[in-house]
Design a protein around this ligand. Structure first.
Ligand SMILES: [Zn+2]
Length: 470
């Protein structure tokens, strides 16, 4: 009885505006017995999963009173974590759309040779989504430099993620000319950062609802990270209900933000990427549907596990865990990871930063700097992996032209690994591999070529195929 009264007192009214969810909500924590089976049940009920603690097998949920009753009826004893986290606006030192725009423009003004800020397009409500490009002599075109892409805040309430995006920009710019690794990365690669992707949603976090996750569609919102067209609505990894936190939208790529991101990725053709989310202290790689593994998992999953091993947990005990979404959380369909991998030819990762004890909006003075500093080990590893085992070069024709629509087929000698890639219009490519011996063939209409054997060591290996014009 006492518990019940306490729960009622801690419920928070979310206000009468159109963007708030109906009724009261609270952040509760439950312990799971059979983690995988019970997570499926939670997902089938479309509960709002805030984060997980994999070691303790505990799940944080944001629930209304009806959902709380359901949890109790299912035999759980939900512990209210903190109702204030559901109600209060984030610490005002966290970024908002206006502040992030100003901060990025200021960086570009101080470092005009290294940083360029551009809007990649407009959100549903007409806000600019800002990207910053970092590379030496940034105002010139550099088709031979491979791209690496970092984005943050698909989900509006995950405010720490934009701090990480901003810290990537700041650390790289301040380190150029001082830190030899950073200097090399900015000389050799183009690093693109979108530190606040869901600008409309973030505006709602500040103005309406601190737990807002989705975009600003129609007062209910669409989960941008369930709206990507690859395998959209394919494995119960999203909801068809408008008010569910993982609502996938009316149709695949129905949201302007989703389309913006797809167009941007197609234009930059990144080799690898990280999308920052919070919280759970995990690294996720594709695919999002159960039982599906990437064709190049030997490479993708190895990098994901390395990445996780470099990220220390906030409590200082151990490092992040790596896996697919169904292995670590639940099935996800229409997420950016699967589209980036299957269509964008990117090696993509999601990092869920911070733990349950920090939550979506960690105490700013206590956790902001500690979090962004800890994350540097992760993105620095990804950039250093660009210098590791891989082949790179440019495809040319014997007629001096770049053969259009060229494809590279890579097969491991004596192994199962095989990969096929479409080369971009510039003819440049950079393919991350494990060390080994490969048979590489380039194909293009109107050209012929023989397969070649390429030995890949621990460093990137130049490969310059010339195709005979037929
Ligand atoms: Zn998220």
């Amino acid at each position: 009885m006492a518990t019940k009264i306490l729960l009622c007192v801690l419920f928070v009214l979310s206000g009468g505006n159109s963007f708030a969810q109906s009724g009261s909500r609270s952040l509760v924590r439950i312990a799971l017995g059979d983690y995988r089976a019970e997570m499926k049940k939670i997902q089938a009920r479309s509960l709002d999963v805030a984060g997980v603690d994999l070691d303790q097998k505990k799940v944080d949920l944001i629930v209304d009173s009806r959902e709380l009753q359901w949890l109790k009826a299912e035999g759980y004893s939900p512990m209210v974590v903190s109702a204030s986290r559901v109600a209060a606006a984030p610490d005002s030192r966290y970024q908002n759309p206006e502040k992030i725009e100003a901060a990025l423009k200021q960086f570009a003004a101080i470092h005009p040779d290294l940083a360029e800020v551009k809007s990649i397009g407009k959100s549903l409500e007409g806000r600019d989504v800002w990207a910053v490009r970092l590379t030496k002599n940034v105002k010139q075109e550099h088709p031979s430099r491979p791209h690496v892409f970092f984005n943050a805040m698909h989900h509006a309430r995950e405010v720490m993620t934009s701090e990480i995006g901003l810290d990537i920009v700041e650390t790289l710019l301040n380190g150029y000319g001082k830190d030899p690794q950073i200097t090399h990365w900015l000389d050799a690669y183009v690093i693109d950062v979108v530190p606040m992707f869901n600008v409309d949603g973030n505006n709602l976090v500040w103005s309406q609802d601190s737990m807002w996750r989705k975009n600003a569609r129609g007062g209910y919102g669409v989960d941008i990270n369930r709206n990507y067209p690859y395998a959209w609505n394919s494995c119960r990894g999203s909801s068809g209900s408008k008010y569910a936190q993982d609502y996938r939208g009316e149709s695949a790529a129905s949201e302007p933000e989703t389309r913006l991101m797809m167009e941007y990725v197609r234009s930059i053709r990144p080799v690898m990427s990280i999308s920052y989310h919070s919280y759970s202290e995990i690294v996720i790689y594709p695919y999002g549907c159960e039982g599906q593994r990437t064709e190049t998992r030997e490479v993708v999953e190895k990098i994901g596990k390395e990445l996780a091993s470099r990220l220390k947990k906030d409590d200082g005990k151990g490092t992040y865990t790596a896996g697919t979404a169904p292995e670590l959380l639940y099935s996800v369909d229409g997420g950016d990871l699967d589209w980036l991998y299957a269509v964008g030819q990117v090696i993509p990762f999601v990092i869920e930063v911070n733990a349950s004890s920090q939550g979506f909006q960690p105490n700013y003075p206590r956790w902001r700097d500690r979090t962004v500093e800890a994350q540097r080990e992760g993105w620095r590893y990804l950039l250093s992996r660009m210098d590791g085992a891989s082949i790179f070069g440019r495809i040319k024709g014997s007629d001096g032209r770049v053969p259009p629509q060229a494809r590279i087929r890579i097969r491991a000698e004596g192994g199962a690994f095989s990969q096929e890639l479409q080369v971009g219009p510039s003819g440049h490519f950079h393919v991350i591999l494990n060390p080994g011996i490969y048979r590489v063939q380039v194909e293009a209409t109107g050209y012929s070529s023989e397969p070649r054997q390429v030995k890949v060591g621990d460093l990137r290996t130049p490969f310059e195929p010339v195709l005979r014009k037929i």
